[in-house]
Ligand binder design. Structure first.
Ligand code: IPD
Ligand code: CA
Ligand code: CA
Length: 262
């Protein structure tokens, strides 16, 4: 367990270093390519950040497995696996909108034990080590105590193939928005999860996510006292989180909405 703390400290240093570069490069024109569609982007800074973090891990912990968004999977039989999204919020980053994060989780025997999400522009480091609570820049954080869905601020997001796949969350969005206090779409699932953990948002749901979007943030929400649901569906991961009351209310509301055939 002590080694989880040491590994987390080490990784936080690397994430802060990568964050400095992300801020510096944000000011300059950058190369970008599209991936699954012309709105699903990857910038040269996504790739640089990922390579930087992989290099640091390979030097310090050569036996560990690594799963990353842009370059894939370094799999072996180690008990440890790092799960990395080098920039969560790439569309924001590519547009110069300063809300983006680096998300890193460490799994031990397939279970997340460390969750780290860093927001370079706000210099906010969210962290959780299993069983030890959740922290923002070293201060303990907790989910909100909002009790009424009609007053809740809820976040969500939409997949990159929203124009072509009817499972695009639009039906759930319109069903939910009329029943809550307010909706937010930050453009980073990791940030959404951390805002729930910090009690700034009361809940969050999204479909068709990947492990690197949510692995760190889910642990941070759990350690902040939040409820989480994660379902592996055919087209990706569904995630729902919130404080205890809002989690159940939002779950009920989503279940009342006519589903789209998959
Ligand atoms: C995306 C963000 C966004 C979510 C998308 C993700 P990326 O990740 O987390 O908030 O709505 O589903 O793919 O592409 O910025 O790493
Ligand atoms: Ca992501
Ligand atoms: Ca990304």
């Amino acid at each position: 367990m002590n080694e989880w703390f040491d590994m987390a400290e080490q990784m936080k240093t690397w994430m802060r270093q990568a964050g400095e570069t992300q801020i510096r490069r944000l000011q300059k024109p950058m190369e970008m390519k599209s991936k699954t569609s012309d709105i699903d982007l990857v910038t040269e800074v996504d790739v640089w950040t990922e390579q930087f973090l992989i290099q640091q891990i390979k030097t310090a912990y050569p036996a560990h497995q690594i799963l990353t968004e842009e370059t894939g999977n370094y799999a072996n039989d180690s008990d440890y696996e790092w799960v990395i999204d080098p920039i969560d919020g790439t569309v924001n980053y590519a547009h110069g909108f300063p809300l983006f994060s680096i998300s890193v989780a460490l799994k031990y025997k397939q279970e997340p034990v460390v969750g780290l999400v860093y927001l370079p522009m706000l210099d906010e480091m969210y962290e959780a080590i299993k069983g030890n609570g959740a922290y923002l820049n070293g201060k303990r954080i907790h989910v909100s105590d909002t009790k009424k869905l009609s007053q809740a601020v809820i976040a969500t997001g939409f997949p990159y193939d929203k124009a072509t796949d009817p499972l695009n969350n639009v039906n759930y969005f319109s069903g939910v928005i009329v029943n809550i206090g307010g909706i937010r779409r930050t453009g980073s699932a990791a940030i959404d999860l951390c805002q729930v953990a910090a009690g700034r948002f009361d809940g969050y749901w999204e479909f068709k996510l990947n492990a690197w979007d949510v692995e760190a943030g889910l642990l941070i929400v759990q350690e902040a006292g939040g409820k989480t649901k994660r379902i592996q569906q055919k087209k990706g991961t569904f995630v729902l989180v919130g404080n205890e009351v809002i989690f159940h209310e939002l779950d009920r509301l989503l279940n009342e909405i006519e589903p789209i055939e998959q």
